[in-house]
Design a protein around this ligand. Structure first.
Ligand code: ADP
Ligand code: MG
Length: 387
């Protein structure tokens, strides 16, 4: 246990966040509501968090000096992106506790180490091979049955740094190896998914653990489209998912948040897909669905405060708004019809103040509530269709 493990960091203190994207922004907004001061570090000086924080330090994900400058004025440092270099976490750690810590981040930011850790601890994962050459990749693809997801060991989100093979396209191992930058990869057998769920778990330095009811997540082209809390999976699946998430949090001695993405296969197996040690897109609806949002829980966890109640208040869903909505069929700029969307009962708009819409870029989301989860989903989809 660290020297800080029993001391709460009280409102009025300053929280540093490595990363000022939408996750950092929404965490900062929750922190401000609690009376904290917030500063962030981001490569982009006009990042989404910029508009809601006390200070923004410009620095790339491997700029240890910028990370140290951020941490110098902070009482605690957290992160909103897992690709921050370990040197940055270590540099920040000389001035303030960094939560989650470098030891866990080292494992999570490398897909190969992450999978090995999960498998080594006995958590269920799908079949995969770690590969370091085109030839190994070809062998892995054929051993895993030909239909695979190939994921670069480092970097990648929203399906980027990933290639699918065996889905009717002609992409083979040599091409995939080149497309992914000729770097170590994980080759995963493509699973027949019944559905995808995630569980957000929080653990504080003093060892308190709370996991949110699972969310159900709908992806298209490997990007999350909509998500709903609660997930309505069978009680025994829910219990298994909760157990897995909490055991992973304890296994890492997590300090902060961890989203555990899981697959429920058509044959009824519950498998861990990947881990995200930060707020997660699939829990944006927690702002509407739960007594405590994931963003407030992040603040409570890293500040070593009592964790908030995660019970459901009402079912809630979100749908992501990608940059595509700001472009017409000819690629010309257009303004989405927010007034139309907001006329749908129970729907709210969340924009991240990203000034340049690009195809596939997450610009914001709509959230909605309903009497049952399906109604919440229906309402956000209806609202999005009106945009
Ligand atoms: P990212 O870091 O981009 O979220 P993921 O590994 O979570 O990467 O993959 C994105 C999505 O692609 C998953 O949520 C799922 O829909 C699909 N996917 C990934 N791996 C597999 C797999 N082995 N079998 C089936 N679908 C997969
Ligand atoms: Mg994912």
């Amino acid at each position: 246990m660290s020297e800080y493990s029993s001391v709460p960091i009280l409102p009025g203190a300053t929280i540093g966040i490595l990363g000022g994207g939408q996750l950092g922004r929404m965490t900062a907004m929750a922190a401000r509501s609690l009376g904290y001061r917030v500063q962030v570090m981001d490569p982009d000086s006009s990042c989404p968090a910029r508009f809601v924080v006390d200070a923004c330090f410009e620095g790339s994900w491997n700029d240890a000096r910028a990370a140290a400058n951020l941490a110098r004025g902070c009482d605690v440092v957290t992160l909103e992106i897992e690709q921050v270099a370990i040197e940055c976490l270590e540099a920040a750690g000389r001035y303030a506790p960094v939560r989650p810590g470098a030891a866990m981040m080292r494992i999570i930011q490398d897909r190969i180490l992450q999978k090995e850790w999960l498998r080594g601890c006995g958590f269920p994962v799908g079949e995969y091979r770690a590969v370091t050459s085109a030839q190994e990749m070809a062998e892995a693809i054929s051993m895993l049955g030909g239909r695979c997801f190939i994921k670069s060991a480092h970097g990648g989100y929203d399906g980027r740094s990933q290639v699918k093979v065996g889905f009717g396209s002609t992409c083979d191992a040599v091409e995939a190896w080149t497309m992914l930058g000729q770097r170590p990869c994980v080759v995963e057998k493509a699973l027949e998914l019944d559905r995808e769920i995630s569980v957000m778990v929080a653990r504080s330095p003093r060892g308190e653990v709370k996991s949110f009811p699972s969310a159900m997540n709908h992806h298209e082209n490997q990007i999350l489209v909509w998500s709903v809390i609660p997930s309505s999976v069978a009680p025994e699946i829910e219990a298994g998912a909760q157990r897995i998430a909490r055991e992973i949090a304890d296994g890492f001695q997590l300090e902060g948040l961890l989203a555990v993405e899981m697959f429920l296969t058509k044959s009824g197996e519950l498998l861990v897909n990947e881990l995200a040690p930060r707020p997660h897109n699939s829990y944006h609806a927690s702002e509407r669905a739960c007594v405590t949002s994931q963003f407030e829980q992040a603040v409570r966890a890293v500040c070593n405060l009592p964790l908030g109640d995660v019970s459901i208040v009402q079912p809630a869903a979100i749908v992501n708004l990608l940059g595509d909505l700001w472009l017409d069929k000819e690629g010309q700029p257009r303004e989405p019809r927010f007034d139309q969307a907001l006329a749908v009962p129970g729907v709210r708009l969340h924009l991240y103040e990203k000034h340049q819409p690009r195809k596939g870029r997450k610009m914001g989301h709509l959230s909605g509530v309903g009497a049952i989860p399906a109604e919440a989903v229906e309402r956000v989809l209806e609202a999005k269709a009106r945009l």
